[in-house]
Ligand binder design. Sequence first.
Ligand code: PMP
Length: 406
Amino acid sequence: MSESDGSDGYERLFADPVRETMDGATYGTWRAITAPDAVSLAFGFPYPDALPNGKINEAVDTLLEADHEDALQYAGGDYADAITETVVERTRARGIECTEAEVHVTNGATHALDTVAQSFLDPDDTIAVEAPSYMGALRLFRNYGVDIEGYAMDENGLDVEAFAADLAAREEAGDALPKFLYTVPDFQNPTGVTLSVDRRKRLLELAETYDFLIVEDDPYGQLRYDGTTPEPIKSLDTDGRVVRVDTFSKTIAPGIRTGWVVADEAIVRELDRINAGGENVFTLGLIARYCEATDFEGDLDGLRAGYRERRDRMLESLEERMPAEADWSEPEGGFFVWVEFPEGIDAEDLLETAAEEGVTYLPGSYFFHDERGSRHARLSFSYVTPEEIDEGIAALARATRAELPA
Ligand code: PMP
């Protein structure tokens, strides 16, 4: 292929959404990763000791012994079959009524979102998202050539009344209504904010009135460090409007790539039918065995303690070190704090100085489908130690002060 046309000669052959997003400009270039000596507040990963290596090892041994003829076969064995039951149990533990026919198991939440998008989206459809929203989901939805409408948030999550007003205006003008609203209601990625119960109920009313689905993506709901958890939107859903996505990435480990959808049986039937990815039956068997053998709720308490300590250290350090003109969210759970820098500071420009001072983060603009977010950053407290968090925030405060307009 010739390189003369600027994209190594393949440009004509790529699909429209791929060509249109090829420069990656909208979602950044992961510049943050190129500062290996800096403290990374960029990665939304579990901290290394949160990963249950020993228990996974035991589960593999038992699985291979118990299902020794089938564990590695195409269909998997009894434990692989039991995964749906395991997921039903985990879902009911969140207060959601659920049967096996309402569960579609996937290779993680991202795969679940992709399968949902593939099932519902045609090019030029409209979807609604929170602004800001989870970068990985925005990237994935863009692959489907849809129009993305972003709706503002405040400290109680999506501004549902502003969303309602826009839906009414769209209907009035004959403009497209969204096929679905994508929301991360608990400890949202990137803001850390939780959607209030009243707003959850109002969203369900809107979904019914304007005939759209709510895609509820909830990887962090069980990682609450203070206060009480609002009911999942799915648990309030009496009309089959909510397509719920969940994952073991944050409660067991991301590397096992196991997630699921809980939705009306009629939706799950189609998800099962169109899913061409196949199932990783060995991993599913492993997870079913793991859940049978472990005290899941007790282990969650341990994880909460580890993340709470990190969250507390980040908030204390921000309070102590950042200039008074900066502001940030105070999440009750999850992995992230959303910072607003003082006026005159661009978070993408600041990243260079910050990396020199010894910290990296993700600029806020990565989490918007349009040009917003330049004064914001997502700081993750999940991956590094409390001491490193303190060092990282000290570096961030030094960089911010150095770049403050006179
Ligand atoms: N949704 C949200 C909101 C997330 O923060 C993440 C993890 N970064 C995912 C989905 C991806 O989950 P999984 O690892 O299961 O694909």
